[in-house]
Design a protein around this ligand. Structure first.
Ligand code: THG
Length: 368
């Protein structure tokens, strides 16, 4: 028998866990010390279904760091090199967050709820502690809490139809990375057009755990003829979408520029960002290595639970941190961090997989 996960109070359940179990989840990971489903039928079956129908995802592990108070905007800007001065209520932004050395601490989606109230929808790191420490250390007039908010994603080509049946046709007019407050069972919920796939869809920030199961049930009831299924972020689709996974494809040892997230940095105008000086230096010198998408030759690669070394001419030039066979690309797709000498489109490199060496080719993001 393969090893399994012992679940205790430290591995937090979500408001949807009982429904996810009933739906037949077959594997979990732990994310922000909370359960995150990774497989239902199989990664490949889940993938095809996600790309043709609609799925409901328990992504409650995308915990919110709520920052509220007169200095909330100031504190949020301290966290990120993205310039938030033009951000409006009703907007979400993908925001790399860095420490004083410019190292990536997290890559959350920031949601502006009110002029003095934000949710930072975090990836897998203890950002709450960093934000609280900054608030205390700088004596800012803010409260920093983890509220009872559990995101539930609706993803797939039929997401608009499913969401409209539960929230009304107003969902159709929500623009990308915008949200509306829409009623469900007498409570107003933040419904945003966003999500960790490129199939399109929504994320509902379910306030109040007691609202989780009623919403889950309503979506499955409404979506019966749409073939709605329980799903989860899918490894294959996520790589095809070119979406990075914090802790896997990047860590605190990487700058946003190394992560290819320079387009989300306005370091010059992000006055107050604690990593600003470090990042201005990084931007001037340019990164020495950067995220690249690779095509790995041969049949399906095994899972990649730890980095695979990438070399060229016998020299170590980088590492692969996510990889999978892609049925639709009919090849293996991978995310890597590659040194500047080898990062140009078309460069051929060697990959040390657990099954032996493979040849791989550096591809532009436009390949995806
Ligand atoms: N949704 C919410 N919270 C999250 C995630 C999410 N927290 C954890 C994790 N995912 C954070 N990481 C990402 C990574 C990529 C994107 C969102 C969150 C994303 N990127 C798009 C892209 O790269 O094309 C769009 C970015 C943009 O244009 O702003 O969506 O998924 N709530």
């Amino acid at each position: 028998m393969p090893p399994f996960l012992s679940i205790s109070r430290r591995t937090r359940r979500t408001p949807f866990t009982d429904r996810v179990t009933a739906a037949g989840v077959s594997a979990y990971t732990v994310y922000n010390r909370m359960l995150l489903p990774t497989v239902f039928k199989s990664v490949v079956e889940d993938y095809h279904h996600l790309k043709t129908a609609v799925q409901v995802w328990d992504v409650a592990c995308e915990r919110q760091v709520e920052i509220r108070g007169p200095q909330a905007a100031e504190l949020v800007q301290m966290l990120t090199p993205r310039d938030l001065s033009e951000m409006v209520v009703g907007q979400c932004l993908y925001t790399p967050m860095v420490d004083e050395t410019g190292g990536m601490l997290n890559d959350p989606v920031t949601v502006k709820l009110e002029e003095d109230r934000y949710w930072v929808s975090i990836a897998d790191s203890d950002l709450l502690l960093w934000v609280k420490a900054l608030a205390v250390g700088f004596r800012l007039a803010v409260d920093v809490i983890e509220p009872d908010v559990s995101p539930l994603a609706i993803q797939g080509p039929r997401a608009d139809d499913l969401a409209a049946r539960v929230f009304g046709d107003e969902v159709r007019s929500i623009r990308f990375f915008r949200y509306k407050r829409l009623a469900f069972n007498g409570v107003d919920l933040v419904v945003a057009r966003s999500g960790y796939s490129k199939q399109g869809g929504f994320e509902i920030y379910v306030e109040g755990g007691q609202n989780g199961e009623p919403l889950w049930d309503a979506l499955f009831e409404a979506g019966r003829d749409l073939d709605v299924r329980a799903g989860c972020p899918n490894l294959i689709e996520r790589i095809e979408a070119g979406m990075l996974s914090y802790g896997n494809d990047m860590t605190r040892a990487n700058t946003p520029h190394e992560c290819g997230l320079g387009r989300f940095c306005d370091t010059r105008s992000a006055i107050g960002c604690v990593g600003r000086d470090a990042l201005l230096r990084v931007a001037r010198e340019g990164p020495l290595k950067q995220i690249r998408y690779l095509e790995i030759e041969g049949d399906a690669v095994p899972p990649c639970p730890e980095p695979w070394m990438v070399s060229a001419g016998g020299e170590l030039v980088g590492q692969i941190t996510s990889a999978s066979w892609s049925p639709d690309f009919n090849t293996n797709v991978a995310i890597s961090m590659i040194g500047r000498d080898c990062w140009d489109e078309g460069t051929v490199v060697d990959v040390a997989t657990p099954d032996g060496n493979r040849s791989a080719r550096v591809r532009d993001k436009s390949w995806l």
